[in-house]
Design a protein around this ligand. Structure first.
Ligand code: GLU
Length: 491
């Protein structure tokens, strides 16, 4: 059987974590099997579907590096790939189901349906369509039509028996037919419902495997009944586990960022996001965790997708991301950081390549997300820094700070070469002259230059800040210390 899979999002918002994982698993399965990956946009809900959402889904998928073989923008032999352009197919299948007696027109008004449900509630019966229009005579139908009622088209659900399938992820799943009612296939406005359009399209697009989230498990029996009514074999189903937030509840906006682009803004790189998404419910061997997309496309097996819920762990995402940042070439890392910072309003493109490289090297392994470049590297990006209050309070409690900071400023001002190596020589020499430990002197300079107690190596810091600015920051801190510290000599 040739493998054809699809990702079928409804364009009602951004690409979210769950959808992105579904898209990824579909692509991985297609590539690992030499199959075809189809993108289908399920936009039959005209009120909720927007072009902007379709564009956002494309963008989210492209950002992740996903690429579909057939879809609305790339075309293909089984199009169109927007459900809103496929009404002729649904019409044809509806007619076939009516002709074979598997579907019928029902003319109930909303009020009548409400009254039916209320009566069921009063009698403590489950709410379901009771089949009252199953066997209308032609005369009855004409009377409804003459009264101006537009019908919905319902599926004639078998009253007995069961429907079952062998889910690749969850094994055998069975639903009794009597829990399903005569569900709607086509609404009175002529638009198909999700279950009907999905079956028609999966059939017409020759989909061999349906890989989707487990929130669709309850739809599957209805879809299987439609396949049976059409006399067509259904695809293989694989329902991936749900994704939970750290509190054990289904992942939602309450947990913070859930749309894929938002992770880009948090400084996650697509390689990291993609790898992390793959691990949300799939593992190769429980041991190896770091993969590129190309590697995943080789090793992915649907049978290794687990049924138990996956927990979205931001720390894990950052760890995976950090590993991918390290795998990038230095030039690539510089480029990514540059683009990220530019979006945040810091332009490092005007700096020399040497400056950019030194900046990235100074951040080193602390760079877990691109955003760390903005936080940890802030001292080098802004004109004036904010002093961390704890770091400053500690400085105020020391003695001789102003004179030492001033001495460091002078050493920097008069260092002819102004390289990290020459700065190191100067400052160590100064420490000896002043009779303080070099580490102590560097600690003072660190707070004055970065505002913090933790920073990259001090000689990189001085070099990155630049001679004039470094001298200015040290002098300003000296003046401020003299004004605020109880240990400042009285003028
Ligand atoms: N449009 C459905 C959704 O976004 C697709 C479900 C399916 O894959 O069948 O959830």
């Amino acid at each position: 059987m040739s493998v054809r899979v699809r990702f079928a999002p409804s364009p009602t918002g951004h690409l979210h974590v769950g959808g992105a994982r579904t898209a990824l698993y579909n692509q991985l399965f297609a590539r690992s099997q030499g199959g075809v990956f189809v993108l289908r946009i399920e936009d039959t809900d005209a009120e909720r579907s927007t072009h902007a959402s379709t564009a956002a889904i494309f963008e989210g998928m492209r950002w992740l590096g996903l690429a579909w073989d057939e879809g609305p923008d790339v075309g293909g032999a089984h199009g169109p790939y927007l459900q809103s352009e496929r009404r002729a197919f649904y019409e044809r299948y509806r007619e076939a189901l009516v002709a074979s007696g598997h579907a019928y027109a029902a003319y109930d008004s909303p009020d009548e349906l409400d009254a039916m449900r209320q009566a069921q509630t009063t009698q403590q019966e489950p709410q379901r369509y009771d089949g009252r229009h199953r066997s209308l005579t032609p005369v009855q139908r004409e009377a409804f039509e003459a009264a101006g009622r537009a019908p919905v088209w319902r599926f004639r659900c078998p009253a007995v028996g069961a429907v079952a399938w062998d889910d690749v992820v969850r094994g055998r799943i069975e639903f009794q037919n009597d829990v399903l009612d005569d569900f709607v296939l086509v609404r009175s406005d002529g638009l198909p419902t999700y279950n009907f359009a999905c079956v028609v399209d999966d059939l017409e697009m020759r989909i061999s495997h349906v890989i989707r989230g487990d929130d669709h498990i309850s739809n599957t029996p209805r879809q299987l009944l439609i396949y049976a009514a059409l006399g067509e074999p259904p695809p293989v189903y694989a329902h991936a586990s749900m994704i939970l937030g750290p509190d054990g509840k289904r992942l939602s906006k309450r947990h913070g960022a859930t749309s894929v682009d938002a992770f880009g803004d948090l400084g996650i790189v697509p390689e990291g996001m993609l790898n992390f998404l793959a691990l949300l419910g799939w593992s190769l061997d429980g041991e190896h965790e770091l993969f590129s997309l190309a590697q995943l496309e080789e090793v992915f097996r649907l049978e290794r997708v687990g049924a138990s819920p996956a927990v979205f762990d931001m720390e894990k995402l950052e760890w995976v991301n950090a590993q991918h940042l390290r795998r990038l070439t230095e030039d690539e890392r510089v480029a990514r950081v540059g683009t990220f910072l530019a979006r945040r309003g810091y332009d490092i493109s005007t700096r020399t390549q040497e400056w950019r490289l030194t900046f990235i090297r100074a951040l080193g392994d602390r760079l877990k997300t691109l955003r760390d470049a903005e936080g940890y590297g802030r001292f080098a990006l802004v004109e004036s820094i904010e002093l961390d209050s704890e770091a400053w309070t500690e400085l105020l409690a020391k003695t001789d700070v102003a004179s030492r900071l001033q001495a460091v400023a002078e050493a920097i001002a008069s260092d002819r070469d102004f390289t990290q190596a020459s700065l190191e020589v100067e400052i160590r020499l100064l420490a000896t002259t002043l009779g303080v430990k070099a580490g102590e002197l560097m600690g003072l300079a660190r707070v004055a230059l970065t505002g913090r107690k933790v920073s990259p190596g001090i000689f990189d810091v001085i070099w990155l800040v630049g001679r004039e600015r470094a001298v200015a920051r040290l002098s300003e801190a000296a003046v401020r210390w003299s004004a605020e510290s109880p240990w400042a000599p009285q003028a």
